[in-house]
Design a protein around this ligand. Structure first.
Ligand code: ADP
Ligand code: MG
Length: 327
């Protein structure tokens, strides 16, 4: 069985039948546009991510439910990075005609599960045949109070730098997959099923515990570089302070090159933010509340340089800087 013969409208109906409405979605799937009510006085946030077969994923490494959930999580991560709240999402699908209808249903189920997990409703999209591989384009719409919006440009010299969770696990899993090995289950999960730090992002904004923020999709060096460029500042990062999982530390013992994945590997989907030193104790309280490590990894300094230093003060240089599609 393949999708050929289901028809575009048959496929859309298969999706629509599974979507429950909600009061703030005035018009959902089925009209020319969707219509969504925003909380009074808040800004609309929009963000889009593309997932393309053979560029972002391989169908033999991931099941389509996981892929659908990941497509939503990576978008929600961008909303989290602004401190916002997701509300609805729009789904562009490019489907190979030979796709199995069961795989299609799994993909849609994963997307809807991801949407539910973060409180967003699927409100529209577009469905086309793809002559090549599978293509997913997810746009998430969310909202934020203007005064609380966390941008990349607010970091100031003297701020501390914080990161959530652990770094490098997803990149380590990908390295194992590329080498034809099976990654340990915990890090495989970090790669295939990333969690967007939505509650954390919202709390940081609401409690005003960050001056600038970004989510880590392209690696610490590259993404911190974006905060520094937008804010016109530099940073000093203490390599010894980077939060690393036990599995990651274990891999480092066999291969010191693994450490580079914590600095320059992608797809962590953790949050990275700057905060004044007065935020240290409220951040410790928030870490306990959320049951999530929030680690100070360095500080913002004057100038433009990003220096990562080892415990002995010697600068660590990485061979590559994050992932760049056209680099
Ligand atoms: P139009 O041609 O006016 O763009 P379509 O026939 O493409 O309309 O889509 C019909 C309805 O189904 C629209 O409301 C659209 O938003 C929705 N839709 C199409 N594809 C998807 C999808 N993949 N996920 C969710 N909704 C979809
Ligand atoms: Mg259309």
């Amino acid at each position: 069985m393949s999708l050929g013969g289901c028809g575009e409208f048959g496929l859309i109906e298969r999706i629509r039948a599974q979507v429950a409405g909600r009061d703030d979605i005035l018009i959902g799937i089925g009209d020319d546009c969707s219509a969504t009510a925003l909380p009074a006085g808040e800004f609309l946030l929009t963000t889009t991510d593309l997932l393309i077969e053979e560029v972002h994923f391989r169908r033999d490494w991931t099941d389509l439910f996981a892929l659908g959930r990941k497509a939503v999580a990576v978008n929600i991560s961008d909303i989290a990075a602004m401190g916002g709240t997701p509300q609805s999402l729009s789904l562009g699908l490019g489907l190979p005609a030979d796709l199995d209808p069961e795989d299609f249903d799994q993909l849609v189920a994963g997307i809807l599960a991801g949407a539910r997990e973060y409180g967003a409703v699927l409100s529209g999209g577009d469905t086309c045949r793809s002559p090549g591989g599978l293509l997913l384009s997810v746009t998430v719409l969310g909202h934020i109070a203007p005064a609380l919006t966390l941008r990349r440009c607010g970091a100031r010299a003297g701020d501390l730098l914080y990161v959530s969770g652990t770094l490098g696990d997803s990149a380590l899993a990908l390295r194992e997959l590329l080498a034809g090995r099976t990654p340990e289950a915990g890090i495989a999960q970090r790669h295939h099923q990333p969690t967007a730090r939505l509650a954390l992002g919202r709390e940081l904004a609401q409690r005003r515990l960050a001056t600038a923020m970004i989510d880590l999709s392209d690696g610490l060096r590259a993404d911190l570089g974006h905060i520094l460029a937008a804010s016109g500042v530099g940073a000093r990062v203490e390599a010894a302070a980077l939060p690393l999982s036990p599995v990651f530390r274990g891999a480092m013992m066999h291969d010191s090159g693994v450490f580079d994945l914590a600095l320059a590997g992608g797809e962590d989907y953790e949050l990275l933010w700057s905060a004044p030193p007065t935020a240290a104790s409220p951040l410790a309280a928030l870490s306990a509340e959320l049951g999530l490590p929030l680690t100070c990894i360095g500080e913002i300094v004057a100038g433009h340089a990003l220096r990562v230093v080892a415990a002995d003060g010697v600068e660590i240089l990485s061979p590559k800087v994050g992932y760049n599609h056209f680099g």
